[in-house]
Ligand binder design. Structure first.
Ligand SMILES: Cc1ncc(COP(=O)(O)O)c(C=O)c1O
Length: 313
């Protein structure tokens, strides 16, 4: 396969059947977004927003792009901007993993850290200030309708075409911007109304369930506000997932299935396993694997993973 640029390799990600983690009588599939070129689902959002802004004229050749990001969006935008020749600046809460900042810098971006106490809202405010002050293009992932629109036109149809003639009962996802949940959820509701949309949230930040926000370790999921692009009416079920459950499931995915994913992918599998416990025998579930485990080397996901020699068996 020969492509004109790295950007041609975004999307069309594989769906893989889990071999060991699903309970008896349940089929559990994983859509592997870590196959995207910058290793997360956010590559879709980045190309969607940049190419939409090019089409509308909101982004001019050589103009700087700025965005508030928990990391994956920044890495994806840095990759797309590098490939297309736009400077890129990310604002990011200081608590997100250090490897994310370094990857962005490798991809030519500048990274501005915002205080942990100001949470997601603080990094969004900083990006808005920088855009207004410098005349930069604000990608605005939490408000930009190009974000869910791209999932409506790519992720959703990919799932529909892969499941033509096959049973599918539940689509399981978390939400960060809500782009995936909204775009895929809306398409599945239109084309396969029998599919239930199961939406996972951190147990101590279940905003859609009406609970208040508290900090959690599932990076990429649930900021301290409900974004404008999120369509909450697509959710048929809300599932709280704890940090420990997400981390344990991510470790099990790696060690027992060979799927090396981040904490939020573990969260989606933990939520899917909760659905599976109540679902009728024969049910088929599909969960979103949003990014690679390599993005979490300095986080709780790797806590206790040794780096010395193991004892010979
Ligand atoms: C690791 C990870 N998982 C899940 C999500 C959520 O995706 P969406 O923004 O489409 O709701 C994100 C988004 O930041 C993410 O980085």
């Amino acid at each position: 396969m020969i492509y004109d640029s790295i950007l041609g390799t975004i999307g069309r990600t594989p769906i893989v059947k889990l071999q060991r983690l699903a309970p008896a009588g349940i089929t559990l599939y994983a859509k592997c977004e870590f196959f995207n070129p910058a290793s997360s689902v956010k590559d879709r959002l980045a190309i969607a927003i940049i190419e939409d802004a090019e089409r509308t004229g909101a982004l001019k050749p050589g103009q700087t792009v700025v965005e508030a990001t928990s990391g994956n969006t920044g890495i994806a935008l840095a990759m797309v901007c590098a490939a297309k020749g736009y400077p890129f600046v990310a604002t990011m809460v200081e608590t997100f993993s250090v490897e994310r900042r370094k990857i962005m810098r490798m991809l030519g971006a500048k990274v501005i850290l915002t205080p942990a106490a100001e949470r997601g809202t603080g990094m969004v405010r900083k990006a808005e200030e920088l855009a207004a002050k410098n005349g930069w293009f604000l990608a605005n992932q939490f408000r930009n309708p190009a974000n869910p629109a791209y999932h409506r036109s790519t992720t959703g149809p990919e799932i529909l075409s892969d499941f033509v003639g096959r049973r599918l009962d539940y689509f399981v996802t978390g939400w960060g911007t809500g782009g995936t949940m909204t775009g895929v959820g809306e398409m599945l509701k239109l084309a396969r109304p029998e599919v239930k949309i199961a939406v996972a949230e951190p147990e101590n930040a279940s905003l859609l369930a009406g609970k208040p926000f508290a900090p959690h370790k599932i990076q990429g999921w649930t900021p301290d506000f409900v974004p404008a692009v999120l369509n909450r009416t697509v959710a048929d079920l809300l599932l709280p997932v704890s940090d420990a459950e997400a981390i344990a499931a991510a470790r099990a995915l790696a060690a027992q299935e060979g799927l090396f994913c981040g904490i939020s992918s573990g969260g989606a599998i933990a939520a899917a396993l909760k659905v599976a416990r109540e679902a009728p025998q024969g049910s088929v579930l599909l969960a979103m694997m949003t990014d690679t485990g390599e993005r979490y080397l300095s986080t709780a996901l790797f806590e206790g993973i040794a780096d010395g020699s193991d004892i010979e068996p």
